[in-house]
Ligand binder design. Structure first.
Ligand code: HPA
Length: 251
């Protein structure tokens, strides 16, 4: 996502299946604090190719924080405070679109928020004015193009479009809920896409989602969803996600 050595660092928020980033040449690891509390994990600073990156494990390392209890504000603020202005959010998701089966990679272009009760804005408390950020295009076009070019370059099975339906979890959906998401236009369903994308926008950061489908969404296959299925898809697809990250950073 840049070539020059003095580029500001790119933040990578790793989700399920990506608690650490192998291939990252680590230069520092720091626990940090923010006015919103502690982020999910220490910030791991390093280099991926030519690009300085800061890695943060969304669910903690080891994985222990469920989607509805992630401190999204602290995560974004911590990255912002160390100079990050572009964030790649890596998300494991269920596939609704018929082409988006397990191990398929998606760089979505839209999101619908079905989450509730999450701390989803920095604009609260004593404010000087009310702020309504524009959120027409939740994902930064340039950053999407870089990921898409990297996925294409690597010959990976991927889609360059998709509407991400962000659900509350931590349970998976009913078949009827997935049909409703489909009628709404969702191609993917996940639990961590929001409020992360909106908080990044509030901080005026570039933000992009790199999603790995780890199961057919509920009712979209002839079987119920098992952790074994999810783990198998992660094993199969996460290497592609890492390749896209590496190639897009050095491009
Ligand atoms: N639904 C919601 N979130 C998910 C799923 C799913 O099927 N798979 C991975 N994260």
């Amino acid at each position: 996502m840049g070539t020059a050595d003095n580029n500001p660092p790119v933040g990578i928020i790793g989700g399920t299946g990506l608690s650490t980033l192998s291939g990252l040449e680590i230069t520092a690891e720091r626990p940090v604090d923010t006015p919103w509390g502690q982020p999910s994990s220490a910030l791991v600073e390093g280099r991926l190719g030519d690009q300085a990156v800061v890695f943060l494990a969304r669910h903690g390392n080891p994985h222990r924080i469920p989607p509805h209890q992630v401190n999204y504000r602290a995560n974004l603020q911590a990255l912002y405070d160390v100079g990050v202005r572009t964030v790649v959010g890596v998300n494991a998701v269920g596939g609704i679109h018929p082409d988006m089966g397990p191990a398929h990679i998606v760089i979505p272009d839209q999101i619908i928020d079905y989450t509730w009760g999450r701390a989803s804005t920095f604009f609260e408390g004593e404010l000087d004015e009310t702020t309504h950020i524009d959120f027409t295009w939740p994902y930064t076009r340039k950053a999407r193009e870089l990921l898409i070019a990297a996925a294409r370059d690597q010959g990976l099975p991927f889609s360059d479009f998709g509407v991400y339906g962000a659900t509350q979890g931590p349970r998976l959906e009913t078949a009827a809920e997935v049909l409703r998401l489909e009628r709404d236009g969702c191609d993917l369903v996940g639990m961590t896409g929001m409020p992360e994308a909106a908080l990044a926008a509030e901080l005026k950061m570039n933000y992009v989602c790199l999603a790995l489908v780890v199961n057919h969404a509920a009712g979209k296959s002839d079987h119920i969803i098992t952790m074994a299925e999810i783990e198998a898809a992660i094993d199969q697809g996460m290497s592609g996600i890492k390749r896209i990250l590496e190639v897009s950073m050095s491009g």
